[in-house]
Design a protein around this ligand. Structure first.
Ligand SMILES: Cc1cc2nc3c(=O)[nH]c(=O)nc-3n(C[C@H](O)[C@H](O)[C@H](O)COP(=O)(O)OP(=O)(O)OC[C@H]3O[C@@H](n4cnc5c(N)ncnc54)[C@H](O)[C@@H]3O)c2cc1C
Length: 282
């Protein structure tokens, strides 16, 4: 039961949603799938006075927009798993979504954009968005902005989304060549939150090979690095070392301290990168 009283509004346009958020005199929150927010309200940890629900606006599409893949705000993990477009253009997300726990109530309702806004450093989505070079499209009363992940994630559970802004879509650059990817996470048990997450995307175009590697759960925000050219085993080790050295705010929570995370992350990162690179040798 939710003990705190709250108002609920389901506007018909994004502009109306942004205006509701901007003009409400109190704590107003957008609800996505509600898989994190509703339990937090039940436990009394979140006490919004207004919930803005996007369901009447739609925002359930996955589409191509010139050179980008657009994943709208209410797209769930299950939507990703049944999308031929995602399977072809961003297989990393299929890999990620197929490992999300909690059963159909989570995978059918939880949204990728909601996970990004929640900004848990060790959850599955942020690290994948970082590896894919994604942006988040935010609409507020002052207009639209597309924010790269490096500027969106400010810390654990902290983003640069302003209070009046609605997250409307995740924007992924469409690969220009052949793509392979890999994703792994370290978890103490099947149903727990991850401790470390690693995503790697390798793209092979006429101009050459590029590799994007990201680690989540090591720092308070995802760490990401890119490299061009074919990477020798020594280059791969160097890239992982460089990525790990980018850590500024070591992350720890009840599952693992920073020292453990630092011990396991490099080996997982190297393995994931080798898996992604290996797929090009078939
Ligand atoms: C049993 C269980 C298992 C889970 N398993 C996993 C797992 O394996 N991997 C994993 O990564 N996560 C997991 N989660 C966490 C969670 O369900 C997901 O990360 C989910 O994607 C969150 O999305 P949501 O749409 O439900 O967010 P919500 O709960 O609706 O919202 C989360 C936060 O984001 C904000 N928000 C949501 N949408 C918008 C928007 N459009 N604009 C602005 N702000 C917005 C909300 O205001 C809130 O602050 C699990 C949760 C549970 C309860």
């Amino acid at each position: 039961m939710i003990a705190n009283p709250f108002s609920y509004s389901a506007p018909e346009t994004i502009e109306e949603a942004a205006s509701l958020l901007a003009n409400f005199d109190g704590d107003a929150m957008v609800i996505g799938g509600g898989t994190m927010l509703v339990p937090a309200m039940t436990r009394g940890e979140s006490k919004p006075e207004l919930l803005v629900d996007l369901r009447r606006i739609g925002l359930k599409q996955i589409s191509l927009e010139t050179a980008d893949i657009v994943i709208e705000a209410r797209v769930s993990y299950d939507d990703v798993l049944s999308s031929a477009l995602i399977a072809k253009e961003a297989p990393l997300l299929v890999h990620m979504a197929s490992g999300v726990t909690g059963g159909r109530s989570i995978t059918g309702q939880g949204t990728l954009l909601g996970s990004a806004c929640f900004a848990n450093p060790a959850s599955d989505v942020p690290v994948c968005l970082a590896a894919l070079g994604a942006k988040i499209r935010l609409v507020g009363v002052e207009g639209i902005r597309d924010v790269p992940m490096a500027e969106f994630f400010l810390g654990g559970f902290l983003t640069s989304r302003r209070n009046d802004e609605v997250g409307v879509a995740l924007i992924l650059p469409r690969p220009r060549g052949r793509v392979s990817s890999s994703y792994r996470k370290v978890k103490p048990s099947g149903s727990s939150w991850p401790i470390i997450t690693v995503a790697c995307v390798v793209e092979l175009t006429a101009e050459g090979t590029s590799t994007s590697l990201a680690i989540g759960g090591l720092d308070s925000t995802p760490l990401q690095i890119s490299a061009n050219g074919v990477l020798s085993p020594r280059d791969q080790e160097g890239l992982v070392s460089k990525l790990v050295s980018m850590m500024r705010e070591p992350w720890e929570d009840a599952l693992a301290d920073a020292e453990y995370r630092l011990r396991v992350a490099p080996a997982i990162a190297l393995r994931v990168m080798r898996e992604a690179i290996g797929e090009h040798h078939d």
